[in-house]
Design a protein around this ligand. Structure first.
Ligand code: NAD
Ligand code: UFG
Length: 336
């Protein structure tokens, strides 16, 4: 298949491009490089030993999108492009609604015009809000707590309405839990600008000596060791989940409509478990101190992955030891 990957130069997108190419698919990346470096393209090509078509453009630019659909016979779209920093979305809500909602609207309109109705959308477990029941199933109530989460929920709603209006659409809403780790080559990974917000990049920088100490946000939660519990999924497993999803959509005899799937491991790990796993993987100490809870944090979140296993034939295989080892290798990679 020839796949248009929006945001394909970013963290999850770049790993997905590598796995798509490894499975023999062709890839056209459209990315505005607002949160990625141009050199990612060469790194993807180096790992995959194949070429990647790249268009530097914004998903809100309908003319650029139309040109891509006119130039290439696209079989399906994987839509990663968007802004993703939760606390930034609180201070800049309009930028988030514009990029994530208006941008998605422009993309879907251009897909409809071009007759391309097969789509994989990057959604987020944040749309479960503070789920009452864990593991979280796809039919749990949806409620976002931040503009970022609401932007994802709005796009999911838009796609559910689109699917109701036209049964020719095949759409998978992939709700990621906590993506972490990097490619085992050490060539691609997550590159947060400034001080990282997410746990694993922060721990990696502490182990590396760039940051002095991890602030653990809360030590008195109702969890086994008092710290928050999340479902950390290796980014390569996540990438493979996208390939499995596309293949599932492509082989369906009739378009399967709009379906949501959790992509997680089904296991939860605490902050302190992640600290210990990283210390082991890196052989370096990770000093930490317990501080006040972070505003808006939930206590425990991990996925029920039954649906993805059953319908997509996909299951995460890598554990936190490998995730930390790969994140540590990536931490050492010279970045330009
Ligand atoms: P990322 O920032 O690394 O990648 C996003 C890419 O999209 C970047 O390369 C950026 O340059 C590009 N982009 C942003 N806005 C664009 C626009 N308007 N037009 C064209 N390109 C644009 O983020 P990521 O971690 O790879 O996340 C990918 C997707 O997955 C996002 O939609 C994000 O919301 C979602 N997601 C991420 C996480 C996570 O923890 N990383 C969790 C759940 C969901
Ligand atoms: N944590 C710390 N110290 C830090 C950073 C994080 O103790 O410096 C803790 C948090 O309190 C939480 C856990 O580590 O218990 C994970 O925090 P992250 O910020 O890495 O991840 P979140 O689960 O808070 O948020 C992530 C993504 C969001 C997404 C959400 C739900 O960053 O985009 O998962 O899918 F919305």
């Amino acid at each position: 298949m020839k796949i248009l990957v929006t945001g394909g130069m970013g963290y999850i997108g770049s790993h997905t491009c590598v796995e798509l190419l490894a499975q023999g698919h062709e890839v056209v990346v459209l990315d505005n490089l607002s949160n990625a470096k141009p050199s990612v393209r060469q790194r993807i090509e180096r790992i995959a030993e194949r070429a990647v078509e790249f268009v530097q453009a914004d998903i809100r630019d309908r003319a650029a999108l139309r040109a891509v659909f006119a130039q290439h016979r696209i079989d399906a779209v994987i839509h990663f492009a968007g802004l993703k920093v939760v606390n930034e979305s609180v201070s800049q809500p309009l930028a988030y609604y514009d990029n994530n909602v208006t941008g998605s609207l422009a993309l879907f309109e251009c897909m409809a015009e071009a007759g391309v109705k097969r789509l994989v959308f990057s959604s987020s477990a944040s749309i479960y809000g503070d789920a009452e029941v864990v593991p979280v199933r796809e039919d749990a109530p949806l409620s976002a707590l931040t503009p970022y989460g609401r932007s994802k929920l709005m796009v999911e709603d838009m796609l559910r309405d689109l699917g109701r209006s036209d049964p020719a659409w095949s759409v998978a809403l992939l709700r990621y839990f906590n993506p972490a780790g990097a490619h085992e080559s050490g060539l691609i990974g997550e590159e947060p600008g400034g001080v990282p917000n997410n746990l694993l990049p922060y721990i990696a920088q502490v182990a590396h000596g760039q940051l002095a100490c991890l602030n653990v946000y809360g030590g008195d939660y109702a969890t086994p060791d008092g710290t928050g519990v999340r479902d950390y999924i290796h980014v390569v497993d996540l990438a493979l989940g996208h390939v499995a999803t596309l293949e599932h959509l492509a082989k369906a005899a009739t378009p399967p409509g709009v379906r949501a799937y959790n992509l997680g491991t089904g296991r939860g790990n605490s902050v302190l478990e992640m600290v210990r796993a990283f210390e082991q993987a890196s052989g370096r100490p990770v000093p930490y101190r317990i501080v006040a809870r972070r505003d808006g944090d939930i206590v425990t979140s991990y996925a029920d992955t039954t649906l993805a296993e059953r319908e997509l034939g996909w299951k995460a295989e890598r554990g936190i030891a490998q995730m930390c080892a790969d994140a540590w290798r990536w931490q050492h990679t010279p970045k330009e």
